[in-house]
Design a protein around this ligand. Structure first.
Ligand code: SPV
Ligand code: MG
Length: 289
């Protein structure tokens, strides 16, 4: 029951006609990030392959298993009911693995999964040490069909194409998107690493379909959520900014300690109160610090 509700509510939000305000999803690698995202008004959470891999000290290269992701979904669900979208990468590059990712994540409480068409083993879209290849379009199409057969409507399926990341071009991106939606995907993400943002805006201009369009604006942060919404994107996924902020904040605090021998709070290295940390897992907790 709970499983179907998570997907149903998210599906309705995706379909709601709001011309300028896209849904906003934040990468949440743990309950602390999820609580923060919910309190600050994000509509949904993104379980990022990159963030979860980094948190576990692993490469973003098809090393995560479905249980790693399901554990994170469970942790987020302890502190917020915001819908959770899980980045399943290429879901193991096979039909059986795709079905297992879908069933286990639906059971864990996810509202949606995002399946990408990178070939197995994948590498991160922004990595320059290794090159990204596209998976066979028929394989990805059959993965989507298999996911649908496994979970029915209990998950929203977002299909992501890496066509622009691999330099295969806009025509390929649009043709693949058509195949994926015909196979049962309900939203499409055409990923872009163009730092000017003009490629992403071109995607939105050429997208003349009722299917919701999704963007991950990591490479083009100069475009605001409102601008992306007006361009036609229905969902903006801020995939890794909280982990990057945490990394920068931890480094600033550590450097201040090395310099001054104390963790006293300063504007350069602000620290949340101990009570804030205590209240992530126990909302009514009180603290003297
Ligand atoms: C992730 O967050 O793992 C993503 C988004 O897939 S990106 O890193 O931008 O490819
Ligand atoms: Mg990823």
């Amino acid at each position: 029951m709970h499983i179907a509700n998570a997907a149903t509510g998210f599906r309705q939000s995706l379909a709601a006609p709001t011309p300028t305000r896209p849904l906003l999803a934040a990468g949440a690698v743990n309950a602390m990030a999820a609580r923060l995202a919910a309190e600050e008004g994000f509509d949904a959470l993104w379980v990022s392959g990159l963030e979860v891999s980094a948190a576990l000290g692993l490469p973003d290269a098809n090393v995560l298993g479905v249980r790693d992701l399901a554990d994170v979904v469970g942790a987020l669900g302890r502190v917020t009911e915001r819908p959770v979208i899980v980045d399943v990468d290429n879901a193991g590059g096979a039909l059986g693995t795709a079905a297992r990712f879908a069933t286990d994540l639906a059971r864990a409480g996810a509202a949606a999964i995002c399946l990408e068409d990178s070939s197995y083993p994948k590498c991160n879209s922004f990595a320059t040490h290794s090159s990204q290849q596209l998976a066979d379009v028929d394989l990805v199409t059959r993965q989507i069909e298999r996911i649908r057969k496994a979970v029915g409507d209990d998950l929203v399926v977002i299909a992501r194409t890496e066509s622009l990341i691999t330099g295969s071009g806009m025509a390929e991106a649009l043709a693949r998107s058509t195949r994926y939606t015909e196979a049962g995907a309900e939203a499409v993400l055409i990923h872009s690493k163009d730092p000017t943002g003009s490629e992403a805006l071109r995607v939105a201009r050429q997208w003349r379909r009722a299917i919701p369009l999704v963007t991950v604006p990591t490479a083009f942060p100069q475009l605001t959520a409102d601008e992306l919404g007006r361009a036609g994107f229905r969902l903006c996924i801020y995939a890794n900014q909280f982990s990057r902020a945490a990394l920068a904040g931890m480094r600033a605090a550590a450097r201040q300690f090395t310099r001054e021998g104390t963790f006293r709070t300063s504007t350069d290295a602000p620290l949340a109160a101990v009570g804030e940390l205590l209240r992530i897992g126990e909302p009514d907790a009180l603290s003297c610090i």
